[in-house]
Design a protein around this ligand. Sequence first.
Ligand code: SF4
Ligand code: FES
Length: 250
Amino acid sequence: MNVKLRVWRQDNAQSEGRFIDYEARDLNPNMSFLEMLDVVNEEITKRGGEPIAFDHDCREGICGMCSCVINGEAHGPESKVATCQTYLRSFEDGETITVEPFRAKAFPLIKDLIVDRSAFDRVIQAGGFISAAAGAAPDGNAMLVPKQDADLAMDAAACIGCGACVAACKNASAMLFVAAKVSHLNVLPQGKPEKDRRALAMVEQMDKEGFGACTITGSCEAVCPKGISLNFIAKMNRDYLGALLRTGGK
Ligand code: SF4
Ligand code: FES
């Protein structure tokens, strides 16, 4: 199949960006979107041009590095998949596909389709450590975890930190990401001793990084490649309010 690409090109955060058109020909419909960008980059490089810069790593939906807005949707048209697991068969032969970076004040642009998502790392760092000993694998029954809590923690831990939730939100809110990261430890017994401190510190860091407020439109949940539920935001709000009342915010 053949597609036409309109790709956002920008040298750095200070320079002006613009869309550049490319033709991609003789593509296999079973290629991933990133493999198609590889093919386009090969052609650009052969002509002596500067390849399109884009983020990627695992290419199997687990690392959270890929980060394109495709035809106006973070991670493209398919539900619950990251850009790296989006395949050309999801597009029409001859279609014009627009590719842009995740846009948010807290994700400054580095180059072309690459943005700096280190704000997420700082939110996780603010969460700190757990005091429960986490050495060698413990006996399976040494600490009993209710099945529903274990399942909930696993659902939250599925967040790969890609930032699509921020890119999709009209306020560039990071609430879905932060809620997932707060919750996956807060629901487990091992995470309980630092529960209040964790909720307060991560929310405070989120605000410092310049993410916007959540108005619960659900656009984050709709684009999330891991199907993280809005319920985690409600849960984090409860954890945060409880922590404020118990500690006075200290
Ligand atoms: S909540 Fe979903 S969209 Fe947001 S960072 Fe985690 S995996 Fe990505
Ligand atoms: S490249 Fe790892 S999730 Fe897409």
